[in-house]
Design a protein around this ligand. Structure first.
Ligand SMILES: [Ca+2]
Length: 301
């Protein structure tokens, strides 16, 4: 299990799902899922396809009501009104030291948040990076989220866009975790969408998720999205539905998602998943760019 060098960061042991194990838990979104059984098949069997048209249409509706947005239009630093930083060595035996309010690791430039992973000695670590969260600043229950981002690549990188519930109240994984996007640089074509709850999590090897293969997910910006209702979590990639996690009515161990979650954007280096094949020190510095984060509440019926 992870070591928590920073006591205030004890709450979120978001361990890696191991690809081979995660594949066992993958589940398509039923009739609407274009590929059905991702993850375990031959290479290319889980390539990105357009999702069901009705889901894409719901996602694209013009009457979602925006309740929070970050366009990263003002630099040079992320707005302290919206963002806070994780600090130090936080989880998963990752190698990066997360710095706080340091432009070398987190800056706003050209309308984008740029998180930079660096190979440098810092507070006893060999790498620095940043993890920004809206914890204590913004959280919400139900709605739609879209984050437009361009991931880095290279062996050892582990960028993520994700959400967590109130870990102080119920702890992880019972608080619920929604991973809108994860990618590990040693397996760079795969983009992972995952849900963790008390009943379904990587510790039990029961996390639920989907992996989608793209040719070069790091080459362009992509839109990573979620529609969240009391009934289900629907994950979207570039406006196409790729995965669904349904509320099975078995209570909060299965479905803790009737409570607020906050947002996290981070670039990890190494660690229990990202570091499984080591870190290529020739890749640094590496940049994880986020164009915007937008959150809506549901349209009026
Ligand atoms: Ca922007």
């Amino acid at each position: 299990m992870p070591a928590y060098a920073n006591a205030q960061m004890h709450r979120a042991p978001r361990l890696a799902l191991v690809v081979s194990l995660a594949a066992l838990a993958f589940r398509g979104d039923g009739a609407g899922d274009p590929t059905g059984t991702p993850g375990m098949g031959a290479a290319g069997s889980d390539r990105f396809h357009p999702g069901p048209a009705d889901a894409a249409a719901r996602y694209a509706r013009g009457d979602w009501v925006m309740i929070w947005r970050e366009e990263f239009s003002e630099g040079p630093a992320p707005s302290p009104e919206r963002w806070t930083y994780e600090h130090g060595l936080v989880r998963n035996n990752e190698l990066q030291y997360y710095t706080v309010d340091r432009r070398e690791n987190a800056r706003v430039e050209g309308g984008q948040l740029v998180i930079t992973g660096r190979r440098e000695r810092w507070e006893g670590a060999d790498y620095t990076s940043a993890s920004l969260t809206t914890r204590g600043k913004f959280a919400f229950t139900y709605g739609k989220v879209e984050i437009r981002a361009k991931i880095p690549t290279g062996r050892g990188t582990w960028p993520a866009l994700w959400m967590l519930g109130d870990t102080d109240r119920v702890g992880w994984p019972r608080c619920g975790e929604i991973d809108l996007m994860e990618n590990v640089g040693f397996d760079p074509q795969k983009v992972h969408f995952t849900v963790h709850t008390g009943a379904f999590n990587h510790v039990r090897k029961t996390q639920r998720g989907r992996t989608v293969v793209l040719d070069e997910p790091w080459a362009d910006f992509h839109r990573y999205g979620l529609i969240w209702t009391h009934e289900r979590l629907e994950f979207f990639l570039d406006g196409e539905k790729v995965f669904e996690f349904a509320n099975d009515g078995q209570g909060p161990e299965h479905w803790p998602f009737d409570a607020p979650q906050y947002l996290i954007v981070n670039l990890a280096l190494g660690g229990q998943w990202g570091g499984q094949q080591g870190v290529d020190d020739a890749i640094f510095p590496v940049e994880f760019r986020v164009d915007y984060v937008r959150v809506w509440r549901a349209p009026a019926k």
